[in-house]
Design a binder for this molecule. Structure first.
Ligand SMILES: Cc1cc2nc3c(=O)[nH]c(=O)nc-3n(C[C@H](O)[C@H](O)[C@H](O)COP(=O)(O)OP(=O)(O)OC[C@H]3O[C@@H](n4cnc5c(N)ncnc54)[C@H](O)[C@@H]3O)c2cc1C
Length: 647
């Protein structure tokens, strides 16, 4: 949109400085919970969000199942058993600290959300008598109906409830401001984080936030390999404004990351390549338990982990004979035998046996409560499904008792992707954390999908609350510091650079994003060749040195989109450095290095950070966090005492 038609007052370069005790960066699930926990310390809390906190982020539009609630009254697994299973299933390449927090405190957070007004149980008795319902607590469960540690929930009610709670607690919320950089003591990389800068996405005003402590909650990178200039809002599974800004500014400040070499072949994405998540036929996650049929109407059988064909629908929700519990959910792709749950027979086997494409998801033969809980509750409460899928399909006459929905790709992926089209999906890399959920930078804590090997709503809520508590404790002894003028001025120069360029001789954000995605597909695809990774790095460096200064933005909206792409460029570089640093293939990291054997050990994490222009890597044992229960109890005495005193 040309600037003369811009509907908001323009405030380019106008500066506003705001002081707070605790600064929360990003108002998604983790950010809201961090602010709520921090506010209880009595200190001033400021939450800054790029969108509108009430509905922003991956969890804003909903969530249909809450994973790993191991302490709910019906669970038959302990937090220790569940965390160890998640770690073991990934050969240790998982975040022991954050997932233990998720398993141990996730249910506490769900109860908090219920108190705030979120709906977590079947209070209307819609599913009375169903196999997945506990009649006493009215909680509903998904997947493993015996062990009952994943709950079906009404996630569309959650973020508005948290928003109300933030207001009630007096948290100051500044919406529609993109955080652009971290401020450090004396303006030096690796020094204590003393604040952040931001830009208003409507007016272009510049903000300087000064604080005692900051909590990074800006989720994970996206649009690295997958970008569609014609459908930019639908590029990936996660929301388009979550692109890894936090990773990029953390990198510039000297933060340490790990597992950044991990990416997976694209699974869920629109990007002009697929249907929106959960809009196509599948039997994964939200749709788990649905029958899959071929085009002649023959059902694809479900089998247990030993290949025994399951004849009853109820068997789809039971562990195999001899199995204690099974793992299923957003972070579980190809579980090991020990944790493998019931699944439809593999797609290639069915084709080989003469089953005819296309396949379809078919809910018509399910018991009425199972059909209604999938089509009605879960497709409806899941992120992004309420309007585009549930409402629109229903309006168009879709009847789950009569109609089926076509599958695309090889099962539940909603398209057939190419091997070099990759994504940070499932449990990707991110900020390295310690037992306080602090990063290596003093004064910077982190939570949710910003953390390495993070995923899911309950994980974000639990780690957010945990980081909020620990950050508030840290802040007590810290004074607010004045940022260095030159650090602020350099950032202003960087941020406003593009508005001074002429569109006729510069390029826009979409072109730059497309260029980066092309480089990543060409040089950092499924198989990593060192020679190609180095060319990719060189091309990205050329972009940084000569293209970034040649970009333009007509208005604050376009400027924010462009600043995001600059961050995508930085994140792509981190990924290339990390891929060069890992010398051999690793199955749990979905990492294939050309001509290198797979090292099948429990292995080491490679951590990576930048100091000056130097890239520093080190190896860290995957279980660096030590004994989970002992350490958790050592670091959380007050929380445990408080819980015990409430009973
Ligand atoms: C379609 C979909 C369905 C899902 N379904 C489920 C489910 O059923 N169960 C489940 O457990 N999990 C589910 N998830 C995952 C879950 O929603 C996420 O793991 C969780 O929301 C992560 O929380 P977060 O706070 O880390 O990130 P988010 O909730 O994404 O929040 C990040 C916030 O940071 C803001 N932000 C980003 N950059 C900046 C910046 N520069 N300045 C200021 N703010 C910024 C964003 O606007 C956003 O509000 C789903 C995700 C999606 C996308």
């Amino acid at each position: 949109m040309a600037i003369r038609d811009w509907p908001y007052p323009l405030e380019w370069e106008k500066e506003e400085t705001i002081d707070t005790d605790i600064l929360v960066l990003g108002g998604g699930v983790a950010g809201c919970m961090a602010a709520i926990a921090a506010a209880k310390s009595g200190q001033r809390v400021l939450l800054v969000e790029k969108g509108a906190t009430k509905m922003s982020g991956a969890g804003g539009s909903g969530c249909d199942h809450w994973e790993s609630a191991a302490t709910n009254p019906c669970s038959k697994v302990t937090p220790e058993e569940l965390t160890h299973a998640m770690l073991n299933d990934n050969d240790g390449f998982n975040n022991g600290i954050s997932h233990y927090i998720e398993c141990r405190e996730g249910y506490d957070r769900l109860l908090d959300i219920e108190k705030m007004g979120g709906k977590i149980r079947d209070t209307d008795d819609e599913f009375r008598g169903a196999a997945f319902r506990d009649e006493k607590t009215r909680l509903l469960f998904a997947y493993d109906y015996v062990n009952r540690y994943t709950l079906r929930v009404w996630g569309t009610t959650f973020k508005p409830a948290m928003y109300k709670e933030l207001k009630r607690l007096g948290v100051r919320i500044i919406d529609r401001v993109m955080i652009t950089s971290l401020l450090t003591l004396s303006g030096k990389q690796e020094n204590r984080v003393i604040g952040a800068t931001g830009i208003n996405t409507r007016t272009g005003r510049f903000y300087i936030f000064r604080t005692r402590v900051s909590i990074m909650c800006m989720s994970r990178p996206s649009r690295i390999w997958l970008f569609s200039a014609s459908l930019p809002g639908l590029c990936e599974f996660r929301p388009p404004q979550c692109v890894g800004d936090g990773h990029a500014m953390g990198w510039r400040a000297g933060a340490e990351f790990t597992m950044m070499e991990k990416s997976v072949g694209a699974e869920f994405s629109a990007s002009g390549r697929s249907y929106p998540p959960y809009a196509a036929g599948n039997n994964h996650n939200t749709w788990y338990g649905a029958s899959i049929i071929d085009s002649k109407g023959r059902e694809i059988p479900y089998a247990d982990r030993d290949g025994n064909i399951l004849t009853g629908i109820s068997d789809r929700f039971m562990p195999s004979p001899g199995q204690t519990f099974f793992l299923k959910g957003g972070s579980v792709d190809n579980p090991k035998y020990e944790y493998r749950g019931p699944e439809t027979l593999p797609y290639p086997d069915m084709i080989a046996k003469g089953y005819k494409l296309p396949f379809y998801a078919d809910l018509s033969g399910l018991p009425e409560s199972e059909r209604r809980v999938i089509w009605g509750m879960m497709v409806g409460e899941e992120g992004k499904t309420k309007i585009p899928v549930y409402q629109n399909y229903t309006k168009s006459g879709f009847d789950p008792e009569k109609h089926v929905i076509q599958c695309y790709g090889t099962g539940w992926t909603s398209a057939e992707f190419l091997p070099d089209e990759r994504q940070l999906f499932g449990l990707p890399g991110g900020f390295l954390n310690d037992w306080n959920l602090s990063t290596n930078l003093e004064g910077l804590f982190t939570a949710g999908d910003s953390l390495y090997s993070s995923n899911c709503y309950g994980h974000a809520a639990a780690t957010g609350h945990y980081a909020g508590r620990h950050a508030a404790e840290y802040a007590e002894g810290i004074k607010i510091s004045e940022p260095r003028k030159n650090q602020v001025n350099n950032e202003k120069e960087r941020v406003y650079g593009p508005i001074h360029n002429r569109p006729s001789d510069s390029i826009g954000w979409k072109e730059l994003n497309m260029g980066i995605s092309k480089i990543m597909k060409n040089y950092c695809g499924e198989i990593k060749h060192d020679e190609l990774l180095k060319i990719g790095l060189k091309q990205l460096t050329d972009y940084e040195d000569s293209i970034v200064s040649e970009t333009y933005a007509y208005n604050p909206h376009e400027l924010v989109r462009l600043l995001e792409v600059f961050d995508i460029l930085s994140v792509s570089r981190i990924i290339l450095y990390a891929c060069l640093s890992r010398k051999s293939s690793s199955k749990p990291l979905c990492f294939i290095k050309y001509n290198s054997p797979e090292i099948s050990d429990t292995g080491s994490l490679i951590t990576i950070r930048q100091t000056g222009n130097e890239i520093i890597t080190r190896e860290l044992h995957t279980d660096f966090y030590g004994d989970l229960k002992k350490n958790y109890e050592k670091y959380n005495k007050e929380y445990i005492n408080e819980k015990n005193s409430i009973g």
